[in-house]
Design a protein around this ligand. Structure first.
Ligand code: SAH
Ligand code: SF4
Length: 374
């Protein structure tokens, strides 16, 4: 039997093509989107302005399937973290961050991540594939369902959960497209942000597909330091990355800015001289800088800087004319903060095993040896 087509995974033009391929008019695709996204109707038989034969065909060949929710945890600060099932027996996490006047959803785009940034818990889980467009859009639908009882909706989406969004280019761009489509969620292009650690070829072709906001995980102002923290820098060094960013920004038109993320790690990249170097590096690029104090996880080998150091780093940037914000840590009690999302990844790369082996055993071996010798 043919697999059902999950309609949550289709952009407006893909839906229109699907209808045309059935010998129907393309506007039927837009009618269907209104039912799904504006009226929240998922029963095809209730879509009263679609011909009966079309409704029959939809119910036989298509579906509106959301990912299964495996767990939901709510932090004392109101942050909500869900684990949702993907690929049969794995799960990824998504986080809702409610703030005054806005609800931000941090979505995952991959099961784990292949890039292995040295300070990121997701990277340590290894990698096992991409999410589909429907699995990404499904995260937004689930969060909106949760907010419905409060008469609220998600206002901002950031692709800052598990995975490197630009290594799952097609699905992520289609999902962003659906999020920004007036026939669907109608989020503004300023309120959908793709965060990347610097996949330059993908950034170079981004403008052919979208005009959403772009955040770059920089974390260091020079290549020797960035090579250690963000391994993809060895392939696409800082100057190449910044050139691709400038080019994308030009296509967005006036008043748009890039966001640079900089995770501050104690005694690694938080020195004041690096703040000055960063200010110099970003001169002339319309941008904001988001400083993220490192969020710790088991065996990370890193420490969070003192608050005073974070403020000192921020001051250097502000004095030089930048908008530099410190991202407040949300949902720490449920491990929902940046870089703490882990989910459940069947690691194809075996990286998680190697990582734990490289961290834990020395202490275990020492105690074993002591036991043997005593
Ligand atoms: N892969 C994408 C998006 C996901 S990570 C990217 O790297 O941009 C979202 C942000 O959290 C990134 O800026 C990432 O570098 C940062 N981050 C990862 N681990 C972190 C940690 N342990 N503490 C603080 N920030 C972290
Ligand atoms: Fe992947 Fe982003 Fe984590 Fe790096 S910081 S390992 S790119 S999820």
């Amino acid at each position: 039997m043919n697999e059902l087509i999950n309609l949550y995974g289709l952009t407006r033009s893909q839906l229109e093509k699907l209808f045309v391929a059935q010998g129907l008019q393309s506007f039927r695709g837009r009618q269907l989107m209104k039912w799904i996204y504006h009226s929240g109707i998922s029963d095809f038989s209730e879509m009263s302005d679609l011909p009966l034969a079309t409704r029959d065909w939809l119910s036989q060949r298509t579906e509106l399937a959301l990912p299964n929710v495996v767990s939901r945890e709510e932090s004392t600060d109101g942050t909500v973290k869900w684990a949702v099932q993907v690929h049969e027996d794995e799960c990824v996490e998504m986080v809702l961050i409610p703030e005054k006047g806005r609800n931000t959803l941090c979505v995952s785009s991959q099961v784990g991540c292949s890039l292995d940034c040295s300070f990121c818990s997701t990277g340590k889980q290894g990698f096992n594939g991409n999410l589909s467009t429907a699995e990404i859009v499904g995260q937004l639908l689930l969060a909106n369902q949760h907010l419905e009882s409060k008469n609220e909706m998600i206002t901002n989406v950031v692709f800052m959960g598990m995975g490197e969004p630009l290594l799952n280019f097609e699905s992520v761009l289609a999902a962003a497209n659906i999020m920004m489509d007036d026939m669907a969620f109608g989020l503004s292009k300023r309120k959908v942000t793709i965060s990347s650690s610097g996949v330059v070829p993908a950034i170079e072709k981004l403008s052919e597909h979208t005009d959403c906001s772009l955040a770059i995980s920089l974390h260091a102002p020079n290549d020797s330091l960035r090579d250690q923290l963000v391994p993809i820098n060895r392939r696409y060094p800082i100057e190449t990355l910044l050139q691709a960013c400038r080019n994308y920004l030009k296509t967005l038109g006036p008043h748009r800015k890039l966001l640079f993320e900089y995770t501050l790690i104690d005694q690694v990249n938080d020195h004041i001289s690096l703040a000055k170097e960063l200010a110099h590096l970003l001169e002339g690029i319309p941008c904001k800088i988001n400083l993220i104090p490192f969020n710790d996880f088991d065996h990370s080998g890193y420490r969070t800087p003192e608050r005073s150091q974070v403020f000192a780093f921020q001051s250097v940037l502000i004095e030089r004319g930048y908008t530099a914000m410190i991202r407040s840590t949300r949902g720490e009690d449920i491990s929902a903060a940046c870089g703490q999302l882990a989910g459940n990844v069947r690691d194809r790369t075996k990286r998680s095993e190697r990582y734990l082996a490289s961290r834990a055993p020395s202490s275990i071996l020492v105690s074993e040896n002591r036991r043997v010798s005593s």
